[in-house]
Structure formats: structure tokens, C-alpha cells
Design a protein around this ligand. Structure first.
Ligand code: SF4
Ligand code: SF4
Length: 395
């Protein structure tokens, strides 16, 4: 029997073989695993390190691991890290300079370590986030060579979502728990009376070639239907949603909203939301020297628009208040990102809600801004009460 390689079914042994085959190809396999009470992304030695039987319970400012009787391996939503930790690392050396005995100074560019990643378990929201970072870091005038090199060599194994968290809202950001592109392989985990298995689809020639090497079964109609149902049910179980409004315009119209004072009274300006966000990309540079002053290095590290120094010009920071910094983050993410990169900067992964120490919820903030804009529309409406969306539809 000839088995088509663009779609197939893997069992648990097939998943183990997938991890082995990726490692045999010389790739560093990164996937979800349990560490320090969370499902983190880390290098996997084998498939037995995957979080079998682990779920998560999420809410604003809350994350707990739970036990699942069904032994599901991918039934958890986005954890504290995203793939940017590997593609766009927190710290990276850019160059070093050395002074020789005769006083000459030589400068050498630091080449990124050649690494070929395989990412196992990339959620559809994170596939979109990678595509957004691709545009930012490889598509414009300010390219990040290290990112480009790591990205070119990366093999992506996506996993469609079966168990969205209470903080997920990808559907309302135009995405969803399923995916059709941007991956080399895509898995959908199915657990029913016919067993625990994974429908796998190839999305690239490389993916199809790898799939051909794995022990697999022909994709049957029952598994295909069950996989479709998993994704459809997940789409109906989103924990949150963004209000259906033109966010770009709402942000532009809300620059003087009173809500910024409200959120500023709660926000600690800690920057956690920018660290966990899979699309935030800002960096700064710093120089270090050794004690002799003969060796110096320049490092690039993540920065955050919540940091006071981020907007420091001569004389002080431009955005000195928490109000202005939170407003900068939200209006860039949902508004001016469109002007710069032709897309939203938010994929609805919910990480900023979960990992905010005081539980600030981006969907709640936008809902409040929209209510304020609605109220303003009502005040200014002359003939009838119109909502913000109705006004917008008329423009
Ligand atoms: S803004 Fe929040 S929900 Fe949107 S992509 Fe970033 S972390 Fe995820
Ligand atoms: S919104 Fe939350 S996570 Fe972001 S800076 Fe403020 S307190 Fe920190």
C-alpha cells in the first residue's frame, strides 16, 4: 500500500520518531516541557520530555498546571515564552573590539552561532507572530541578520489548538485555533474511542520528505473529521474576545481618553507584557569593556517601551508617566503597527494578560476605550444615538 505523504496519522511512537528524525537531521529540537511549575519551551532530548497529561488553568495574572486523565500532550495554551526567545534572543553579541600591543584596534563582527532549530508545537497564533516578526526584522530597512539566519534554518511543526485558555482571543484577532500555512508540518491531536493519535499535514517539501521517513498510517476519514471537530470546538471555546471595532482607528481616536489614567493607576510599568509578547521586538544596545580597557563588546538586548530609559532624549524621558507608557504600548500594538508593518501587532495569544502581575487585560482595556469612544459619539450625535461602529460604518 502506498501512503500519501502530505497527510498521515502518527501514533505516540510516530511522535517519538518525529523528534528523533528532527534531531538526526542535525536540528536542535525545541518544544514544550514542564519545568518550574510551568510548560516552557526548551531543548528536547526526546518525545518523553513533552508534557503528556498536563493542562493549564489560566486567568488574568494567574497560571496553574493541571493534570489531564486523557494523557493529551498538546492540550495547553501559550506558556510564558514564545519562539522569539530563540529566533530573537534576549541578549546577543554584535561585535567586539581589541587593542593590540602596538595600539591598533581591531573590530570583529560577532557571527551568530550557526543553529538549525526545529520548533515542535508552534500554535497558530505563534505562527502569525513569527510572520509578524519576519516582516519587522527581515522585511524592512532595519534588518536583524542574526534573526534572519536563525529563521531561514528553522523547521516549524505547528500544532492546532484543542484546549484554548481562558485568556485566548485569537479568533477575534482574525486568526484561529487551526492553520493552513506557514509550517513545515502541522499536527492535530485527536483522542477518542479509536485512540490517541495525530493527524499530520505537510506544508512544505521539506516537511513532506520528513514525514515520509516516519512510521505512519494512511489518514482516514474518521481521523480527518475528528481533527476538524477539535479545531471547530476550540474556536467556539475562546476564553476572551477583542471588541469587533476598527482597532487602528479606535487607538488613534483615544489618545486623550480618561481610561489611560485608570490603567496607569494599576500598571506597575514592569514590562512583563512586552517580554512575553511574541511580537514585541524592541532592543537596545550596551557596551561592556574588560578591566584593562583593551577589549570591548557591544551587545543587543531586549528593551521595553515601559522602561523609562526607552524614550530618553537629551534632558529626560519623553514618556515619563505610566499613563504615557501604557498608551504607547497599546496604541502601537493595535494602531500604529498597521502604519509601520501593515498588520496588527497582536495575535490574541493572551500571554500579556496571564503574566501581568496585576492582571491587566488588553481586551478589557480596549472594551473600556471603546465604551468611552461610544459615549463620546452619543454626546456628539445630533439626530440619533449611534455606536462607535455605526459612526465608523458611515465614514
Ligand atoms: S499583545 Fe498580548 S495577546 Fe497580543 S500578541 Fe502580545 S502578548 Fe499576545
Ligand atoms: S500592563 Fe501589566 S505586565 Fe504590562 S507593564 Fe503594566 S503591570 Fe507590567
Amino acid at each position: 500500500m502506498t501512503i500519501r505523504t502530505d497527510t498521515a496519522v502518527l501514533d505516540r511512537k510516530g511522535l517519538e520518531a518525529l523528534v528523533e528524525a528532527l534531531a538526526d537531521d542535525g536540528r536542535t529540537v525545541i518544544g514544550p516541557t514542564v519545568r518550574d511549575g510551568a510548560i516552557v519551551l526548551a531543548e528536547l532530548e526526546g518525545a518523553d520530555e513533552l508534557p503528556y497529561g498536563c493542562g493549564v488553568e489560566l486567568d488574568a495574572g494567574r497560571y496553574r498546571l493541571t493534570h489531564r486523565e486523557d494523557g493529551a500532550v498538546f492540550a495547553h495554551s501559550a506558556g510564558p515564552q514564545s519562539w522569539k526567545n530563540f529566533l530573537h534572543p534576549q541578549r546577543e553579541k554584535l561585535w567586539s573590539a581589541d587593542r593590540t600591543a602596538d595600539g591598533e584596534v581591531t573590530v570583529s563582527a560577532a557571527r551568530p552561532e550557526p543553529v538549525s532549530y526545529a520548533f515542535l508545537g508552534v500554535r497558530p497564533c505563534d505562527l502569525r507572530a513569527i510572520a509578524i516578526q519576519d516582516r519587522v526584522l527581515t522585511g524592512g530597512s532595519y534588518r536583524d541578520d542574526g534573526y534572519g539566519e536563525r529563521r531561514r534554518g528553522a523547521f516549524l511543526v505547528a500544532v492546532e489548538c484543542a484546549a484554548p485558555g481562558a485568556t485566548c482571543f485569537c479568533v477575534s484577532m482574525g486568526g484561529g485555533p487551526g492553520t493552513d500555512s506557514g509550517f513545515d508540518l502541522a499536527l492535530t491531536e485527536v483522542i477518542d474511542e479509536a485512540g490517541h493519535r495525530f493527524l499530520v499535514r505537510a506544508g512544505s517539501r521539506e516537511g513532506a520528505a520528513l514525514l515520509e521517513k516516519l512510521p505512519r498510517q494512511e489518514a482516514d476519514d474518521a481521523t480527518r473529521a475528528a481533527a476538524r471537530a477539535v479545531v471547530a470546538e476550540a474556536a467556539d471555546r475562546m476564553g476572551r474576545s477583542m471588541p469587533p471595532v476598527n482597532l487602528q482607528r479606535l487607538m488613534g481616536d483615544s489618545l486623550e481618553a480618561a481610561r489611560w489614567d485608570d490603567v496607569a493607576a494599576r500598571c506597575l510599568t514592569c514590562g512583563n507584557c512586552t517580554m512575553v509578547c511574541p511580537t514585541c521586538f524592541c532592543t537596545t544596545t550596551e557596551e561592556v569593556t574588560d578591566l584593562t580597557g583593551d577589549h570591548a563588546e557591544r551587545w543587543q538586548r531586549w528593551d521595553s517601551c515601559f522602561d523609562l530609559d526607552f524614550s530618553h532624549l537629551h534632558g529626560g524621558p519623553v514618556r515619563s508617566s505610566g499613563r504615557s507608557r501604557y498608551r504607547q504600548w497599546l496604541t502601537h500594538k493595535l494602531g500604529t503597527w498597521h502604519d509601520q508593518f501593515d498588520s496588527t501587532g497582536c495575535v490574541g495569544c493572551g500571554r500579556c494578560i496571564v503574566w501581568c502581575p496585576v492582571g491587566i487585560d488588553i481586551t478589557e482595556e480596549v472594551t473600556a476605550l471603546k465604551a468611552e469612544a461610544d459615549a463620546k459619539s452619543h454626546v456628539t450625535a445630533t439626530t440619533e444615538d449611534r455606536t462607535y461602529e455605526e459612526e465608523e460604518a458611515e465614514r
